[in-house]
Write a protein that binds this ligand. Structure first.
Ligand code: GDP
Length: 300
């Protein structure tokens, strides 16, 4: 958690500090409200959520009248926590079902950090005492299975892979079968993220899910989203949300130039909680998403 605060604080606090400065002004005229709106949009909060937030802040400032900087901070913190959905359930469902392992499907566009997140998640789960099997269901890219294998070796997880160009669903099936056989607690399946056509994607992911469900229950479908891609990433995320039932979001690359507002945008627009955040490329750079820590980091 300390790391989450430190890493975020470095790149993100401009949003919070900018807002705080604006909101602490004695007179909040229309121009200042425009500036607040602009700050939110620029930080990837998204148009809809920005409007809702500005409206709420306007009402509350009117009621409050003049504000001390502390009051402005408290007001902003409360509003950000509301927008971030502080009370959303962010539990990661990774408990095995008797003899059967829990299954996590990792989906998202190529390059967002799917394989890295799969490896890092395995590391966290293994650290918690779980036995983990990884499934390399991205059979389209030669390097993808190798990359997952490297992660498996690094964190101590067995990797099930198929022939290059093989059927992703069959690899997923084999991974679950192996996980069951080996009495694993969790099977994590790294899928292909080719956004060719919506029907193609739907067929592919739908088949992977159906086939896995012959042997197990899919407990989590984690959508990996690259925070640095902003509203573009949002649109891709929407396509995935239309084809599979996403249960949680792993927002990667928050350590870089990403703007924190994407967290508000993605949750509001998809109605799915951010459960994990990626804070770097290393094996320990994955953290559960904690709204309170995040907002404190934003506000500096
Ligand atoms: P995939 O194609 O979706 O499986 O993406 P990869 O897992 O191969 O990741 C693409 C690139 O993003 C790699 O260079 C990763 O090291 C990098 N990456 C993934 N997650 C993070 C993160 O949280 N922070 C940073 N800085 N880089 C990341």
């Amino acid at each position: 958690m300390v790391r989450l605060r430190a890493r975020l604080a470095r790149s993100q606090s401009t949003l919070g500090r900018g807002l705080l400065e604006l909101l602490s002004r004695d007179r909040l005229d229309d121009e200042t409200w425009d500036e607040i709106e602009e700050t939110l949009i620029t930080a990837d909060v998204g148009v809809g959520p920005t409007r809702a937030m500005v409206e709420e802040l306007r009402t509350r400032v009117k009621v409050l009248g003049s504000r001390t900087p502390e009051e402005a901070r408290a007001l902003l913190k409360e509003e950000l926590l509301t927008q971030i959905g502080a009370d959303m359930d962010r539990t990661l469902h990774v408990k095995p079902h008797g003899e059967r392992p829990a299954v996590v499907l990792v989906v998202g566009v190529n390059g967002t950090g799917k394989t890295t997140t799969t490896g890092k998640l395995a590391r966290v789960l293994i650290g918690d005492g779980n036995k983990v099997v990884l499934g390399a269901a991205d059979t389209f890219r030669a390097a993808a299975a190798d990359q997952l294998q490297t992660w498996g070796d690094r964190v101590g997880a067995q990797v099930v892979r198929g022939p290059e160009g093989g059927d992703p669903a069959s690899v997923a099936f084999d991974a679950v079968a192996e996980g069951t056989e080996e009495k694993a607690d969790v099977v994590i399946i790294d899928t292909a993220g080719r956004l060719h056509t919506k029907t193609g994607l739907m067929d592919e992911l739908g088949k992977v899910k159906r086939v896995v469900e012959k042997r197990a229950t899919v407990d989590e479908v984690l959508l990996v989203l690259d925070a640095t891609t902003g509203q573009n990433g949002m649109r891709q995320a929407q396509v995935f949300a239309e084809v599979v039932n996403i249960t949680g979001i792993a927002l990667t690359k928050l350590d870089g130039t990403a703007k924190g507002g994407i967290i508000i945008s993605v949750q509001r627009e998809l109605g799915v909680p951010v459960k994990l955040v990626g804070l770097g490329e290393g094996p320990d750079d994955l953290a559960p998403f904690d709204p309170e820590v995040f907002v404190d980091a934003l506000l500096g």
